[in-house]
Design a protein around this ligand. Structure first.
Ligand SMILES: C[S@@+](CC[C@H](N)C(=O)[O-])C[C@H]1O[C@@H](n2cnc3c(N)ncnc32)[C@H](O)[C@@H]1O
Length: 261
C-alpha cells in the first residue's frame, strides 16, 4: 500500500543518497529518466505543457499504462476503480455531465463512460499520444455507442466549453505533474464550466514542509497553498479526509462555487 511521505524534500542530496541506498535497483532507471528529461527541457525551456507533452509522448510509446503511472495492468484496473467508486459514493449519477481533465488512457475514464449516459463524458488531455491510447481503451471495452468526447488541449482555460455545463469535474494525478501557473490557470477558469451544484475534485502530491519538484515531472504542494489558490479565484475548497483512508499516495481537494452562486 503506497504510504505518504509528507516531510521528505526529494531535492536534497541527503534524501537522494538515502533513497538510492534503499533502492539501488531504481537508480539506472532514474538516471535514464533524468537524462531524457534534461534533453526535453532543453527543447522546451519556457513551456511546461510542451515539455510534459513530450514526456508523455516518450512514455506512451513505451507503455501507455505505465505512462499514466501504473506498472501493471492489475494496478491500472485498481487505480481506475478507486477513482470511480469514490465519485459514485459521493453522488455521481448516470445523468450527470462529467469533465475529466488529464484523462490519460482512460484508466478511470472507461468506467465513467460505461456508467454515464451516452455523450455525458468529456475527457481532455495535453497529450495526443495518450488520447490515441484512450481510443484503444474505448474499443477494448466496447464503449463506442457511449460516444465519449476525447479532446487534446493546449491549456486549461476551457474556452471552447459552455458555461455551467458540468456537474462533476475530475483531475486525478494531474496537478501532481503541474507547476503552480498551470494549477492557477485551471482554478481561474474551472468555475465557469461548473454547474452551480457541481464540484471539481483534484488529487495532489502533498508535502508538509517546503514545496518542491523532481525533474519538473512531480510537484509537491502544501494543502494551504492549493486551498488559498482556489479561494483567490472565488472557489470554496475542502480537503477530502475520507480519501486519505484509501491506499493511494496522493491527497484530494474538492472545490465548489460560492454558496450564493
Ligand atoms: C498520471 S496521468 C493520469 C491520467 C488519468 N487521470 C488517470 O488517473 O489515469 C496524468 C495525465 O494528465 C495529463 N496532463 C498533464 N498535465 C496536463 C495539463 N496541464 N492539462 C491536461 N492534461 C494534463 C497527462 O498527459 C497524463 O495523461
Amino acid at each position: 500500500m503506497p504510504r505518504k511521505n509528507l516531510t521528505a524534500n526529494r531535492t536534497s542530496l541527503t534524501h537522494r543518497v538515502r533513497y538510492a541506498a534503499r533502492h539501488p535497483d531504481r537508480v539506472p532507471r532514474y538516471l535514464a529518466r533524468a537524462g531524457r528529461d534534461a534533453w526535453l527541457r532543453l527543447r522546451h525551456p519556457r513551456d511546461h505543457v510542451a515539455y510534459y507533452r513530450a514526456v508523455m509522448r516518450s512514455d506512451s510509446a513505451a507503455d501507455p499504462e505505465a505512462a499514466v503511472g501504473s506498472r501493471t495492468h492489475d494496478r491500472w484496473l485498481a487505480l481506475g476503480k478507486m477513482q470511480f467508486d469514490y465519485l459514485v459514493e459521493h453522488g455521481l449519477r448516470p445523468g450527470d455531465r462529467m469533465l475529466e481533465i488529464g484523462c490519460g488512457n482512460l484508466r478511470a475514464g472507461w468506467r465513467f463512460i460505461d456508467y454515464l449516459e451516452r455523450g455525458r463524458y468529456y475527457g481532455l488531455d495535453i497529450s495526443p499520444d495518450i488520447l490515441f491510447a484512450a481510443q484503444d481503451t474505448v474499443v477494448r471495452h466496447g464503449l463506442q455507442d457511449k460516444l465519449p468526447r476525447l479532446t487534446p488541449v493546449r491549456d486549461l482555460t476551457f474556452a471552447f466549453l459552455p458555461d455551467g455545463h458540468f456537474r462533476v469535474v475530475h483531475a486525478h494525478s494531474v496537478f501532481s505533474h503541474s507547476p503552480p501557473h498551470v494549477i492557477d490557470e485551471c482554478l481561474a477558469h474551472v468555475g465557469r464550466v461548473l454547474r452551480p451544484d457541481g464540484w471539481f475534485d483534484f488529487t495532489f502530491d502533498r508535502t508538509e514542509t517546503a514545496e518542491h519538484h523532481v525533474l519538473r515531472e512531480d510537484f509537491y504542494y502544501r494543502t494551504e497553498t492549493l486551498v488559498a489558490l482556489a479561494e483567490k479565484h472565488g472557489l470554496r475548497a475542502e480537503f477530502m479526509a475520507d480519501w486519505e483512508k484509501l491506499p493511494h499516495g496522493q491527497s484530494k481537494i474538492r472545490v465548489r462555487l460560492p454558496a450564493d452562486s
